[in-house]
Write a protein that binds this ligand. Structure first.
Ligand code: ATP
Length: 140
């Protein structure tokens, strides 16, 4: 089986979408191997999105990601990485509502930034992100 890192971002948690998203996860035959509700600080959010650190939207992204608690999960199933990316839909939630109306971002996201969920984009980022949250700084 494959693992991926899923996250319900602050807008998803504060909008009370956690239970509905978990229902979708379980119905899609993922196992939730681990989960952790945590408040990201500036340093942790910046490190998680380090690949975007030179982008103009980065300061706003860090403010968004630190605006409330997030739920981080390790999801397991065959093809977990691409199946979870498929379920969440495109990055821009506004576009998702039109092109992927049944996606999770269409359900709980707002726009290009506030898209309510994260999913690793490859097997290698999945392993790196799982290590980051469950074997590194946050969990000590
Ligand atoms: P994630 O990595 O969170 O699953 P993604 O892989 O779909 O999202 P990335 O391109 O890695 O998208 O961007 C990371 C996050 O940065 C996005 O989910 C979104 O919250 C924010 N973001 C990306 N592009 C923009 C942009 N042009 N303007 C504002 N925010 C953006």
């Amino acid at each position: 089986k494959e693992r991926t890192l899923a996250m319900i971002k602050p807008d998803g948690v504060s909008g009370n979408y956690t239970e509905e998203i978990k229902r979708i996860i379980v119905e899609a035959s993922f196992d939730i191997a681990k989960e952790m509700l945590t408040q990201l600080d500036k340093e942790t959010a910046s490190a998680f999105y380090d690949e975007h650190s030179s982008r103009s939207f980065f300061p706003d992204l860090v403010t968004y990601m630190t605006s409330g608690p997030v739920l981080v999960m390790i999801l397991e199933k065959t093809n977990a990485v691409s199946d979870w990316r498929g379920l969440i839909g495109p990055t821009d939630a506004q576009k998702a509502k039109i092109s992927h109306p049944h996606s999770i971002r269409a359900l709980c996201g707002t726009d290009l930034q506030r898209n309510c969920v994260h999913g690793s984009d490859s097997r290698s980022s999945a392993e790196r992100e799982i290590k980051f949250f469950f074997e590194d700084v946050v969990s000590g």
